[in-house]
Design a protein around this ligand. Structure first.
Ligand code: DUC
Ligand code: ZN
Ligand code: ZN
Length: 486
């Protein structure tokens, strides 16, 4: 009788700690053995010459999500999860977005209806909160009980910005339940002021998008967000850090012990604001927020990736086609503020990071596994994912480290009509992806059935090693017997 459903044999196993030769035995969706010379298995996967790594965990992507101005992303939970899988991911955590006035229960049932019948990968959601009214705050305990243990809030966009007081409310409720608040940090008034100046002067081409959202707007907002979180000693995750100054604040505050987490994205490492100045309206494809910066910033962000400032490198896949359903919904020559904000990249995150990071000697294989999978698992409470060890979900990506490809939109397997990485030459490609013991992509062919992915209830964030910050004034309130978290 076979002890294993599947044995992956002959590969080089890479974890966030080590690289070693071993076979992996899988039973009932879990890893049950990591050892040399495993016999048996109903299926045997030959991984000789390959790297066997934890499947990627994509912790920042927008799937089947309406923007605040009502534009639906091009990818739904089928195409989005398929594209993620081809890019070496075995789990993803898109956003479930509340728009103002919506009850959270309605938001979650809407996203359940979008995800459950369609996702080929295990998934969860981060809840976006745009309206922290008393009734919404009352609903949050039920959200934690479902295992949705992270929220995203915005400090920018008039329809999303919850203000500093709203953010303190969310931070305190989240902290009480062990949840993590994620924040899009850009100063709203700085951006609006810049928009007014640019548009009054008739400067509305895509390239002015980058001018309208200054580095200082991100740096100021990150500093403010961190101060708000420190005031109530709540954990905070800064999404899509795009500036040297922002990364330096994260690094400094982590060093001081704050309960702080952060990510950057491949587009801030690979592209610059010059891409927004491509001929005609081609630059519209590169409009995302925060905007692309410059080559000095890229170099600084790479240093922070190397130095451990960021837990993860996430795609911020926000796919809007370069046609009238997406980027040009408001016209073929729309001014930059009316062009959908975001770019695709869920299939490119890991090949880019492997090729430009590991193979160019910028990061180690262990850092790659941490940045692509293991750190997100710990940060977002995916306690059975992100590792190759007995007891963990058999979520595995088998990489051919030698395969060289020129990136094309067709390779992305999404619903998009472009990739911002078109023409980039990368080496290293995920050939086979396994989720919960089942083959999803088998040597470049999709073999998963639609809707097989499971919703994963998540645990609270692992705050180990982050002592936090005790504001003196909060200690005064505590001494008076006040509980600011109730
Ligand atoms: N923020 C994101 O995280 N993604 C797309 C647009 C935005 O503002
Ligand atoms: Zn954002
Ligand atoms: Zn995003």
């Amino acid at each position: 009788m076979n002890t294993f459903d599947t044995v992956i044999h002959g590969g080089r196993v890479v974890t966030a700690a080590d690289t070693f030769e071993a076979d992996i035995g899988i039973r009932d969706g879990r890893i049950v053995a990591v050892a040399e010379g495993l016999e048996g298995g109903d299926r045997r996967i030959d991984a000789r010459g390959r790297l066997v790594m934890p499947g990627g965990i994509e912790a920042h992507c927008h799937i089947a999500q309406e923007s605040s101005s009502g534009i639906m992303t091009a990818d739904d939970y089928y195409s989005g999860s398929v594209s993620a899988a081809f890019g070496g991911n075995s789990t993803f955590v898109p956003f479930a977005a509340q728009h103002r006035g919506q009850a959270i229960a309605d938001v979650l049932s809407t996203y359940d209806g979008r995800a459950a019948p369609n996702s080929v990968l295990d998934y969860s959601y981060h809840l976006i909160i745009s309206d922290p009214s008393p009734s919404v705050l009352d609903e949050l305990p039920g959200v934690f009980e479902r295992g949705i243990t992270s929220f995203k809030v915005f400090m920018t966009y008039d329809l999303m910005n919850i203000g500093d007081g709203g953010m303190l409310d969310i931070l305190t409720v989240a902290k009480r339940h062990g949840a993590l608040t994620m924040v899009h940090a850009e100063n709203n008034d700085m951006v609006k002021w810049m928009n007014r100046k640019l548009l009054d002067a008739g400067l509305d081409a895509p390239k002015y998008h980058a001018v309208s959202r200054p580095e200082l707007a991100e740096e100021e907002a990150i500093n403010r967000a961190v101060s708000l979180a420190k005031l109530v000693d709540a954990p905070l995750f800064i999404v899509h850090v795009s500036t040297r100054g922002g990364a330096e604040i994260v690094q400094r505050e982590k060093l001081a012990g704050a309960k702080l987490f952060a990510e950057t994205c491949p587009q801030y490492l690979a592209l610059t604001r010059d891409d927004l100045d491509r001929p005609g309206m081609e630059g519209a494809k590169y409009i995302c927020s925060p905007p692309l910066r410059d080559s000095e910033t890229q170099a600084a962000l790479w240093r922070h990736v190397q130095a451990g400032t960021f837990e993860s490198v996430s795609s911020d896949h926000a796919p809007y086609r370069a046609d009238e359903t997406g980027k040009f919904l408001n016209g073929a020559n729309a001014p930059y503020p009316k062009i959908a904000n975001g770019m695709p990249g869920i299939a490119m995150r890991l090949p880019y990071l492997f090729s430009e990071g590991v193979l160019k000697g910028r990061i180690t294989l262990q850092q790659f596994v941490g940045l692509s999978s293991s750190n997100a698992a710990r940060t977002f409470g995916l306690t059975k994912k992100g590792a190759i060890a007995p007891g963990f979900d058999a979520d595995i990506a088998i990489w051919n480290p030698d395969e060289t490809r020129t990136v094309t939109a067709a390779d992305q397997h999404d619903n998009m009509d472009y990739t911002p990485f078109e023409g980039l030459v990368v080496t290293g490609w995920p050939e086979t992806v396994i989720n919960h013991g089942e083959l999803i992509v088998d040597k470049g062919t999709l073999v998963a059935s639609r809707g097989r992915g499971r919703f994963i209830a998540r645990a609270p964030t692992d705050l180990g090693g982050r002592p936090g910050y005790k504001a003196k004034e909060m200690q005064v309130l505590e001494a008076l017997g006040m509980d600011i978290h109730s």
